[in-house]
Write a protein that binds this ligand. Structure first.
Ligand code: ASP
Ligand code: MG
Length: 471
């Protein structure tokens, strides 16, 4: 039987109606083996983080815990008959977990918010929501089992942004998940917490914000690598139809991207499309596991986004924007041909844990520009200035800007680039830097922030024939 790993985000767990929609989806996919990866209720992860960050006032902490409790109790009161077996189990679960959370907050007050504590606190959102879904399925006579993902996903020690150790994860999945899914006599749904894992010594880690998508793909990959059934798919249920070619904030009624390959999807996901966690593509690309992004409100809808090996080479796939970035330029006439300048720049950034997203250097090597998040800009500039090497020999310039990314094989054609630059020229939009790596199907253009919307609109309007048609 095929296996589908489905991820239900917070917006799929709002109220009774949403839980009934999950039942409906369960019926639609009756004849497949299912793993349900579940996110926290909407806003709960933020609230947990906020509380952990400000524990000075006991009253606020108590209020926040009460609010978290209320959100979950509201749900269970809607979806279970009061005092039924599953209602009581869910209620006890909430009580027990929240008293654990309270103890953890007390520890943090005493010892400080170590990275480990932060991940432990953040894990509560998924641990609460997933157990509730599991009990809900059971109360509807659907065979289900709850597994916290820290039993299955073993990660490195990078708290808040952990990376799975696949070998260790695979052997756990082989031991604990495969036998459940490959049991021919039962069709048990596995309800698995998204977002969390554990390191080798047992501390809970998290996979980065929005990491439940990543959980779904890690599980799919592990099942593919070690299970007998290679017919595996991932479905991410979202509150949108799929990936749109352009954020509707800039161009309303933009078309849906129906097919894109892993590489295209990586570009689109890492540049602004908050719909998809960029790391999840890394997990499924190796085995070519297809991933679908579907609208939770319309489970039978024929139009959705599929990421697989299949793509349509004729089109520009999408335009995405990163609005709040800073371009830093390092200039010197005297350092041409001296090896190691770039290495030094990147060392300064990496030491300060600042990620660089775009680099441009002309062959004359007189100046190098690179892009970082605006949030990191003050630190980056201070670090460069405090480096003797850079302050002595270089001029450092910076500006807050935006980046537009245009993705799709079409971008490899020079003619397409001509059309893009013509479009920008029409609106007098100055291009401050550009970058496209060799054979890469993505062109990044740095422009003045105030012109961002105009730039996206004019590129879309002038090149509309190059996009996939209306849905
Ligand atoms: N609850 C986590 C977050 O909000 C993970 C997720 O929703 O995917 O980041
Ligand atoms: Mg979330």
């Amino acid at each position: 039987m095929p296996i589908i790993v489905m991820k239900f985000g917070g917006s799929c767990l709002n109220d009774k109606d949403s839980f009934n929609k999950i039942l409906n989806i369960t019926n639609i996919y009756e004849k497949v083996k299912k793993v349900y990866v579940v996110s926290a209720l909407t806003g709960i992860t933020d609230l947990l983080l906020k509380t952990a960050n400000m524990l000075e006032k006991d009253k606020d902490t108590d209020n926040n815990i009460a609010l978290i409790e209320k959100r979950h109790i509201d749900i269970i009161e809607q979806i279970f008959t009061e005092d039924s077996e599953h209602y009581i189990k869910a209620r006890d679960w909430i009580d027990d977990r929240l008293s654990e959370l309270e103890d953890t907050f007390a520890d943090i007050k005493e010892f400080g918010l170590e990275p480990y504590y932060k991940d432990f606190v953040l894990s509560f959102g998924e641990i609460l929501s997933t157990y509730i879904l599991d009990q809900f399925l059971l109360s509807n006579e659907i065979d289900s089992v709850y597994i916290p993902a820290n039993r299955l996903i073993i990660t490195n020690d990078e708290f808040n942004n952990a990376y799975p150790l696949y070998d260790l994860t695979n052997s756990r999945i082989k031991r604990m998940l495969v036998p459940l899914l490959e049991n021919p006599n039962k069709n048990t749904i596995v309800c698995l917490t998204g977002f969390i894992g554990r390191n080798k010594i047992g501390y809970i880690t998290t996979l980065g914000r929005g990491g439940s998508d990543y959980t779904a793909t890690i599980i799919a990959r592990a099942l593919y690598d070690i299970g007998n059934d290679k017919n595996i798919r991932v479905i991410l249920w979202k509150n949108v139809d799929g990936l749109l070619a352009i954020n509707p904030k800039f161009v309303p009624n933009s078309s849906l991207i129906k097919n894109l390959d892993y590489n295209e999807a990586k570009h689109i996901a890492s540049f602004g499309a908050k719909i998809l966690h960029p790391k999840c593509l890394e997990a499924i690309e190796k085995d070519k596991i297809p991933l679908e992004i579907r609208n939770f409100e319309k489970p039978l809808e024929k139009s959705f986004t599929q990421i697989s090996e299949i793509t349509d080479k004729e089109h520009i796939k999408g335009i995405s924007a990163v609005e709040f970035v800073t371009i830093i330029t390092i200039i010197s006439g005297s350092m041409v041909d001296i090896p190691g300048v770039l290495a030094k720049i990147f060392r300064v950034m990496s030491k300060n844990r600042i990620s660089v997203s775009l680099v441009a250097q002309s062959s004359s090597e007189i100046s190098t520009s690179f892009i970082i998040s605006e949030l990191d800009s003050e630190r980056a500039i201070a670090a460069l200035k405090s480096s003797k090497f850079f302050s002595e020999f270089f001029k450092i310039k910076w500006e807050h800007v935006s980046v537009i990314n245009i993705t799709g094989l079409k971008i490899l054609e020079t003619r397409t680039k001509v059309e893009i630059f013509n479009a920008l020229d029409k609106k007098n939009i100055q291009v401050k830097a550009i970058s496209q790596s060799h054979d890469e199907l993505n062109l990044s253009i740095v422009i003045e922030r105030a012109k961002l919307e105009d730039a996206i609109k004019i590129i879309h309007d002038d090149l509309y024939k190059e996009f996939e048609g209306p849905n």
